[in-house]
Design a protein around this ligand. Structure first.
Ligand SMILES: NC(=O)c1ccc[n+]([C@@H]2O[C@H](COP(=O)([O-])OP(=O)(O)OC[C@H]3O[C@@H](n4cnc5c(N)ncnc54)[C@H](OP(=O)(O)O)[C@@H]3O)[C@@H](O)[C@H]2O)c1
Length: 255
C-alpha cells in the first residue's frame, strides 16, 4: 500500500515488535521503505513479523529483554556494526499484570512494572541518542498511554506511574536534544485491541475489542509521524476509540 510516506534508507528500531502496536508499527515503517530492527523477548513472534516484512522489505530480528541493560546495549552494537546509523526508535515495549492494584501489589511486581514500562525504555533511549547526536538527526517515538496523563482505575497505579514517567522523559528529551536535531514524540493511546488486554483483571470480550483502536491504526499514525519533515516535532499525540468506554461509563453515572 502506498501512503506517500517514503522512509527509504531509514533505519528504524522497534521494541515490542512481535505483537500489537509494535508489530503494526514495524509493518507500517517497513511498508514505507524503512529497514526495521525488531526487538522483544520471544524470538518466535519477531521471526514471524520479519518473515512477512522480508517478502518485500527488510527486517532484522534482535531479541532482548529490555530490562537488562547489557542486552539493550547488544542490540545497539548490532545496529552500529550492521548499519552504522539509527534514524527512528519506536520505544514501544510495555507490560501489565493481572494483580495490578494496591491490594495485590508486591515489591517484586512493582519492580516488574517499573522495569518493564520505564527502565527498559530509558535504556533504549541511552542507546539511541549517541547515533542521533552524531547524525544531528533522529526521531524517538515512545508509546506511553492515556494513563500517562490521566489517573484512572483500569491500568493500575504502577503502570500509571511508569507511563507518566514516559511522558516526562519524552518532553525532557526535546528540551535537551532539540539542539542536536533530535525529535521526541510521546504517543498516548486509549484502549487498543492487543494481547496486553489479556492481562486485564476483568476479561475483555471480542465484541468490545472490535470497537477499540486497532493496532494498524497505531501503525498508520507512527508511520505518519516518522514521515514528518525534520523541522517539525509532534510533541504529544492522543488516540482513542470514538466509542470511549471511560466517557460512556461517566455518562452512565450522570443518569
Ligand atoms: N493495548 C492498549 O490498550 C494500550 C493502551 C495504551 C498503551 N499501550 C502500550 O502500548 C505498548 C505496546 O503494547 P500492546 O498494547 O501492543 O501490547 P502487547 O501486544 O502485549 O505488546 C507488548 C510488547 O512488548 C514486548 N515486551 C514486554 N516486555 C518486554 C521486555 N522486558 N523486553 C522486550 N520486550 C518486551 C512484548 O514481547 P515479549 O513478551 O516477547 O517480550 C510485546 O511484544 C505498551 O507500552 C503498552 O503499555 C497499550
Amino acid at each position: 500500500m502506498s501512503t506517500g510516506t517514503d522512509l527509504t534508507g531509514k533505519i528504524a528500531w522497534v521494541t515490542g515488535a512481535g505483537s500489537g502496536i509494535g508489530e503494526a508499527a514495524a509493518l507500517a515503517l517497513a511498508d514505507a521503505g524503512a529497514t526495521v530492527i525488531l526487538t522483544g523477548r520471544r524470538p518466535g513472534p519477531l521471526e514471524d513479523v520479519a518473515r512477512r516484512i522480508n517478502q518485500t522489505g527488510s527486517a532484522h530480528v534482535q531479541p532482548a529483554d529490555l530490562t537488562q541493560s547489557e542486552q539493550v546495549e547488544q542490540v545497539g552494537d548490532f545496529i552500529r556494526a550492521t548499519f552504522g546509523r539509527l534514524d527512528i526508535l519506536v520505544n514501544n515495549a510495555g507490560i501489565n499484570i493481572v494483580d495490578r492494584h494496591w491490594d495485590k501489589l508486591t515489591p517484586h511486581s512493582i519492580d516488574t512494572m517499573i522495569q518493564g514500562n520505564l527502565t527498559g525504555a530509558l535504556y533504549c533511549v541511552t542507546v539511541a541518542l549517541p547515533f542521533m547526536r552524531a547524525q544531528q538527526d533522529g526521531l524517538l517515538i515512545h508509546t506511553a498511554s492515556m494513563a500517562g496523563r490521566f489517573i484512572g482505575g483500569v491500568s493500575g497505579p504502577i503502570y500509571t506511574i511508569a507511563k507518566h514517567g514516559i511522558v516526562a522523559m519524552s518532553h525532557g528529551l526535546n528540551m535537551q536534544e532539540c539542539v542536536n536535531g533530535i525529535r521526541s514524540t510521546v504517543f498516548l493511546p486509549g484502549e487498543v485491541a492487543t494481547p496486553i488486554l489479556d492481562k486485564r483483571p476483568t476479561p475483555v470480550p471480542p465484541e468490545v475489542r472490535a470497537r477499540m483502536v486497532q493496532p494498524a491504526d497505531c501503525g498508520d499514525l507512527i508511520r505518519y509521524i516518522a514521515g514528518m519533515p525534520k523541522h517539525l516535532v509532534m510533541n504529544e499525540v492522543h488516540l482513542s476509540p470514538t466509542h470511549n468506554r471511560g466517557y460512556i461509563a461517566a455518562l452512565q453515572r450522570q443518569l
